[in-house]
Design a protein around this ligand. Structure first.
Ligand code: SAM
Length: 273
């Protein structure tokens, strides 16, 4: 039995354990324990269709850690808006950032209320973090959220993160939503994202299709379409690459990246001064 079944007031309002939920299914894919049978079934179904999917999810998590490390340690960013933050994993944005700057502030945003419940427990003793339930597709609401507004100073650089999230913005709204986040932040701010990608490998569109079939959302874009969503933000080295190639801890040969590590791309882009 999962530990999320514990507690007298469970499930929290808005949480439905009869259907898979995106953060819980992703947690199951990562080998976490904050999920129930329907989530595990979906994770196993997807992993059976796309060989290497579990390892790809682990790599995406490692990329999140490397990206936050770069932002906090090398780029000097001390404010993070983590959109589509998901359930807490082994190392989360605030834990990585606060390793380099104890004063780093992190606002976690997710539309699934289960994230709030778990996030609150993890963050109870951390005054520099908050977790709010909001829909990333409505930037005005996210940015006007009283907890986000109280924690983050939008006059100074912020890292807006859409790790494992940007591909959930549908084609009809993605451009406008991304533009609103880009415009809301000060020069010297960053976008840090991973996104399902279409470089011609069939599993890339298959992964997006499985997401749409089960969650209603998920689009694999071409590298050009992804870059377009960055507006005038400038990609930092190494640019838009498969996650395993984004500032890896050990050198990785770009010509030897296996197909299952080519399902998404990662990038960090800076708003010009
Ligand atoms: N960012 C985390 C990571 O990289 O480990 C979690 C990624 S998980 C694949 C995607 C998360 O985005 C889920 O927790 C889901 O609930 C959230 N999400 C999807 N669409 C959203 C939306 N429109 N608004 C807020 N959160 C959303």
């Amino acid at each position: 039995m999962s530990d999320i079944d514990d507690g007298a007031h469970w499930p929290p309002p808005g949480v439905d354990f009869s259907k898979p939920s995106m953060p819980r299914a992703y947690d199951a894919l990562l080998g976490g324990k904050d999920n129930v049978a329907v989530d595990r079934e979906l994770a196993e179904h997807a992993a059976a269709q796309i060989p290497g999917l579990k390892e790809a999810a682990q790599e995406q998590r490692r990329t999140l850690i490397r990206g936050v490390r770069f932002l906090a340690r090398d780029a000097g960013v001390d404010q993070f808006l983590d959109l589509g933050s998901g359930l807490p994993a082994a190392q989360n944005t605030h834990q990585v950032a606060q390793e380099y700057n104890a004063d780093a502030r992190v606002a976690y945003v997710d539309s699934d209320p289960v994230v709030l419940t778990h996030g609150r427990a993890l963050l109870a003793e951390n005054g520099n973090t908050t977790v709010v339930t909001a829909d990333v597709r409505y930037p005005k609401q996210v940015l006007a959220d009283p907890e986000v507004d109280a924690l983050l100073d939008f006059r100074r650089p912020i890292a807006v993160m859409l790790v494992g999230m940007m591909h959930y913005l549908s084609p009809d709204i993605a451009e406008e939503v991304m533009a609103e986040y880009r415009e809301a932040v000060a020069p010297g701010s960053y976008l840090f994202f991973t996104s399902m990608v279409d470089t011609g490998i069939p599993d890339q569109q298959e992964l997006a299709r499985i997401n749409r079939e089960n969650m209603g959302v998920g689009w694999a874009r071409t590298p050009e379409e992804i870059t377009h969503l960055l507006g005038d933000f400038e990609l930092v080295d190494p640019g838009l690459v498969f996650p395993v190639l984004w500032r890896p801890d050990q050198p990785v040969d770009p010509d030897r990246v296996p197909t299952d590590r080519r399902l998404t791309v990662a990038g960090v882009a800076r708003k010009p001064d």
